[in-house]
Design a protein around this ligand. Structure first.
Ligand code: SF4
Length: 262
């Protein structure tokens, strides 16, 4: 199945930073090798440096395959199952390094995280998944609820009176239409609780870049399609999401419609 429209610009940022992180790790490895080869080092120090160097070589080789796998997946829009493990290593272990490198080059963190989310979505979309509705969890942030709504919906979403004052009513309509599970999380702890409760095999998550990034990594290996919320009034307050995009993501997992364009 085709994995959606190709948007190389956003993905390129994350892949570029991943590759640069690999290069940095390679340079660090060369420095370790240079120091270890210095005859003034004691045998103990040399052995220690060699052990560190060996670990680093392993990490670099695996992550190198992982970055190659990501690039090939994006180019050919299909899942390369043999490289799933290395891709996971590349994304999860080298992601903090990519962020640090981005900070060094004064690249906005949210831009890098957006790029990461886009790469993640593409990798998820390249998989041949077909899930039952009950295997899907829609995770929404509490800040989508209108701030002056008097109903407490975090414990029970059905407390929403579906007045249409915010998107919660439309998300509940989607939940009912497709028969999927849904949770409204006030933070990572509650989101993890929903994942433990429903044991989903696919997650559609709505959140800001920061929460999505950590959520995608926490949920690994469960595939997560991430949708960033809109924040016209600033962070965590009366946020919004494009409901058709949420529906497209649900439909991707159950293969009810065409491919996803998120
Ligand atoms: S749709 Fe209405 S009742 Fe439901 S959470 Fe939003 S404002 Fe409250």
């Amino acid at each position: 199945m085709k994995a959606g429209p190709f948007n190389p610009v956003r993905k390129r940022l994350f892949i570029g930073l991943l590759s640069a992180s690999l290069l940095g790790a390679g340079l660090f490895l060369t420095a370790i090798w240079y120091i270890a080869a210095n005859p003034t080092q004691s045998i103990f120090d040399q052995l220690l440096l060699l052990a560190l160097g060996t670990l680093l070589v392993g990490g670099i080789v695996v992550a190198g395959f992982g970055v190659g796998g990501i690039v090939l997946t994006i180019l050919y829009a299909r899942d390369i199952s043999a490289l799933r493990g290395p891709m996971r290593v590349a994304v999860n272990i080298f992601f903090p390094l990519a962020l640090a490198l981005g900070r060094f080059f004064h690249i906005d963190r949210d831009r890098i995280k957006k790029s990461f989310i886009e790469v993640n979505n593409f990798l998820v979309k390249s998989k041949a998944l077909k899930l039952l509705p009950k295997q899907i969890l829609l995770l929404a942030p509490h800040c989508l609820q209108k701030s002056d709504c008097p109903y407490k919906i975090t414990v029970n979403m059905d407390n929403c009176h579906r007045c249409g004052g915010c998107v919660v009513s439309e998300l509940l309509d989607l939940r009912d239409k497709y028969g999927i599970n849904m949770g409204m999380a006030t933070g990572g702890t509650l989101a993890r609780k929903f994942v433990q409760e429903y044991h989903p095999r696919g997650i559609v998550a709505i959140a800001c870049e920061r929460d999505l990034t950590s959520g995608i990594q926490d949920s690994n290996p469960i595939p997560v399609l991430g949708l960033t919320n809109e924040r016209p009034f600033g962070p965590c307050f009366n946020t919004r999401v494009k409901v058709p995009k949420v529906e497209e993501a649900i439909c991707f997992f159950i293969r009810e419609k065409g491919s996803l364009a998120i």
